[in-house]
Design a protein around this ligand. Structure first.
Ligand SMILES: [Zn+2]
Length: 353
């Protein structure tokens, strides 16, 4: 009888958790990061971004379309000339699952990062095809690829091309830049979510670690995605994200200038790679040890009930990651050669691929 009850409980838990899904920071996390970055763009970058998105379209408003695309079709809020079809193949662009038993420095090279899943295979699927994307199927490579698209020169009509062909080439270039910008905004956020960079014995970045926090059953990965809005910040709107961004920006002013400067002291490639090195080490040295200590000898099939203080304990890490992502996103965008002439930092960061 007891055995049967356990079986039912397990089934119920499986049903309640639903299929395994790797998201990202929740929508409000990406909006917060974008809002922080928006205040730190230089005028030239702001003008270039308005040229791509249209005036009065914020980075925040395009920050979540890469997640939307994984689960359904989207025209990026009407910005694209035509909708993209649902593309689950883009899922692995959002993370890299480095086994926690590995050692990775806080400042890994691109060659080091390329050793890990899914950096050993090339991007495929309809979006990759549309973008001309054949770089590796993992987050650092995809950020660098998207940056290279932002520097791609406007197509020059060839004398042999028909008017329709020239118009189509121009439309494709415009669509690619909108998609690429959305991916840069989103993926720079994702690489700062520690659980997007580490895994333990095939747990897909904590997506199979069952936990219960404040009465809600979820996986450790999802919990980290949503950790910013579990208590005291239930109002899940872009306005609420903006309020958090303002608070984090004010906090930034109180940090030593040297510390903030150190986040963006390297070139674009190093800035992208360092975020992964830091995230991995936070997972390896803090999140997983804390999880296993709490779990003790409890079976992993039973959801681990995390104490109410878990969010307060981890919030300094979460807030710092959101701040760093916002500051770095602005820095990276400010280095883009928007005119597509010459070699930008973004392009040089991509030469290894
Ligand atoms: Zn994501």
């Amino acid at each position: 009888m007891k055995k049967k009850l356990v079986g039912i409980a397990f089934l119920a838990a499986t049903f309640m958790f639903g299929p395994i899904a790797a998201f990202s920071w929740g929508p409000e996390g990406h909006e917060t990061i974008a809002d922080i970055a928006q205040t730190r763009l230089d005028p030239q970058t702001q003008t270039a971004i308005s040229g791509i998105l249209g005036s009065n379209v914020s980075l925040s408003s395009i920050s979540n379309y890469p997640d939307t695309l994984r689960y359904g079709p989207t025209d990026f809020g009407g910005l694209l000339s035509r909708p993209l079809a649902k593309d689950a193949d883009t899922g692995s662009w959002h993370f890299t699952n480095i086994p926690v038993e590995e050692s990775l420095s806080q400042t890994p090279t691109t060659d080091e990062l390329n050793q890990y899943p899914d950096c050993d295979k090339q991007a495929s699927g309809s979006t990759a095809q549309l973008m001309g994307d054949s770089v590796q199927d993992c987050i650092h490579a995809q950020i660098k690829f998207a940056l290279s698209q932002l520097s791609a020169p406007r197509p020059v009509p060839s004398p042999q091309a028909s008017e329709a062909e020239s118009a189509e080439a121009l439309t494709l270039w415009k669509d690619r830049r909108i998609i690429a910008l959305s991916y840069v905004v989103h993926l720079v956020g994702d690489e700062h979510q520690p659980m997007h960079t580490a895994e333990d014995h095939g747990d897909a970045g904590g997506n199979t670690e069952n936990v219960q926090f404040q009465g809600k059953l979820e996986h450790l990965h999802e919990l980290w995605d949503d950790l910013i809005d579990k208590t005291g910040w239930q109002d899940q709107t872009p306005q609420a994200a903006n309020a958090l961004a303002q608070q984090l920006l004010a906090d930034l002013d109180s940090l030593p200038k040297d510390e903030v400067a150190s986040w963006i002291s390297g070139d674009v490639e190093a800035t992208i790679n360092n975020a992964i090195g830091e995230s991995f080490n936070i997972s390896k040295n803090t999140i997983y040890p804390d999880y296993y200590k709490s779990r003790g000898s409890q079976s992993s099939a039973t959801p681990l009930i995390l104490p109410d203080g878990y969010q307060a304990q981890m919030r300094p890490i979460v807030n710092k990651r959101l701040q760093m992502a916002g500051v770095r996103l602005a820095h990276i965008l400010n280095q883009v050669n928007w005119d597509g002439n010459g070699t930008s930092s973004a392009n040089s960061g991509n030469q290894n691929h």
